[in-house]
Design a protein around this ligand. Structure first.
Ligand code: HEC
Length: 137
């Protein structure tokens, strides 16, 4: 086997280890989010009934930050989206651990603010896997 192919295969094998959130655990953990977030698909079907303090989290994977129509985001999150922040597992997990610190770091602005004050210390990748699993992706 040539070396390039071997490297490519090793890379593929390494991927799942990184993206190994547990959707079932994430479903439970989402109980911590639903006071502020609902999950509603584009047809209007409610997957998880929740609060509206935060934006709908349906289809969060691959979505540009701060772009749910009609939701009044804080300026920093909108700015991050304008600068190219797209939610993937890595950014999502870092954000939910500490939204304000994440935005400060992403924008490189000590004055960055977050309207989400909740912090999920552990299990962000599980919640991400759960959101992907209910978003038909
Ligand atoms: C106390 C209310 C509250 C809780 C609890 C909460 N959030 Fe949020 N969340 C918000 C608000 C408000 C925003 C908008 C932040 C802003 O505009 O700065 C937000 C934004 C987000 C965003 C960015 C969405 C986008 O459209 O760019 C993600 C991702 C997110 N929350 C995930 C979570 C997850 C996962 C949990 C549970 C672990 C959670 N949140 C718990 C209030 C909350």
């Amino acid at each position: 086997m040539n070396r390039i192919l071997a490297t490519a295969i090793a890379g593929l094998l390494a991927l799942p280890a990184y993206a190994e959130g547990d959707a079932d655990a994430g479903k439970k953990a989402f109980n911590k989010c639903k006071s502020c977030h609902q999950i509603v698909d584009p047809a209007g079907e409610v997957i998880v009934k929740g609060g509206k303090t935060g934006p709908n989290l349906y289809g969060i994977a691959g979505r540009t930050a701060g772009t749910v129509e009609g939701f009044r985001y804080g300026d920093s999150l909108v700015e991050a989206g304008e600068k190219g922040l797209v939610w993937d597992e890595e950014t999502f997990v870092a954000y939910v651990q500490d939204p304000k610190a994440f935005l400060k770091d992403y924008l490189d602005e000590t004055s960055a603010k977050s309207k989400m004050t909740f912090k999920l210390r552990k299990g962000g990748e599980d919640v991400y896997a759960y959101l992907v699993s209910v978003s038909g992706e």
